[in-house]
Design a protein around this ligand. Structure first.
Ligand SMILES: [Zn+2]
Length: 209
């Protein structure tokens, strides 16, 4: 697991020009003229983040709907940081939606922070994730610090326990044993005899572990 993003995306002079010419405030983020920058940004950050969401550390999908460019400090609150490279990280849509534009700063700022001290949540560039959050069994989040707890709360990371449970349920439904039980229930008497005989042979051969 990547503990933090080692370096931000570096905007090219061409990209800076596009931003300068077409960006006025945060509502411009969705303009199509920024599509190219977003693609490059995702390509750059994906490997740096080990293809994991910066908050929940679940795998990011490759479909456009399965990965978001997340503004760590909400762009609605600080328009001027909309394209600040250290304010941009990749997250899953679930974390992005839950975090939304909730405040993440202790004090208001003029310049973009250079360390994580003023942040109430884990900052993917400034903080080491493992110092703030421990993940048990892939979906149970334990806050190790105030920042860790706040990140869990804001992104509603407890939601993932349910997702994992559902996933396990579906997997067990399609397991060979579940299939065998279902086959047995649906079989005719003659087929049931065949299955039972086959199982008997297997049982006799089974030496245990
Ligand atoms: Zn996430």
């Amino acid at each position: 697991m990547t503990d933090f993003i080692s370096s931000p995306y570096s905007l090219s002079s061409q990209e800076l020009k596009v931003i300068k010419n077409s960006f006025d405030n945060h509502t411009d983020w969705d303009k199509s003229c920024f599509d190219g920058i977003k693609v490059s940004l995702k390509d750059d950050l994906r490997p740096k983040q080990g293809n994991l969401c910066c908050y929940c550390k679940w795998k990011l999908g490759f479909d456009i709907k399965q990965v978001d460019i997340e503004h760590i400090v909400p762009k609605s609150e600080y328009s001027k940081f909309t394209f600040h490279p250290k304010n941009l990280a990749l997250s899953c849509p679930g974390c992005n939606t839950n975090k939304s534009n909730l405040p993440v700063l202790h004090r208001t700022i003029t310049n973009y922070p250079r360390a994580g001290t003023n942040l109430t949540i884990v900052h993917p560039y400034f903080d080491k994730y493992s110092e703030h959050i421990e993940i048990h069994d892939g979906a149970i989040y334990e806050g190790l610090s105030a920042k860790g707890c706040e990140t869990i709360k804001l992104c509603k990371l407890f939601r993932l326990k349910k997702v994992l449970e559902k996933k396990k349920e579906t997997q067990s439904e399609s397991s060979p044993i579940a299939k065998l039980v279902a086959d047995l229930n649906n079989a005719s008497d003659a087929e049931k005899m065949q299955i039972i005989q086959a199982l008997g042979i297997q049982t006799n051969q089974f030496q245990g572990v």
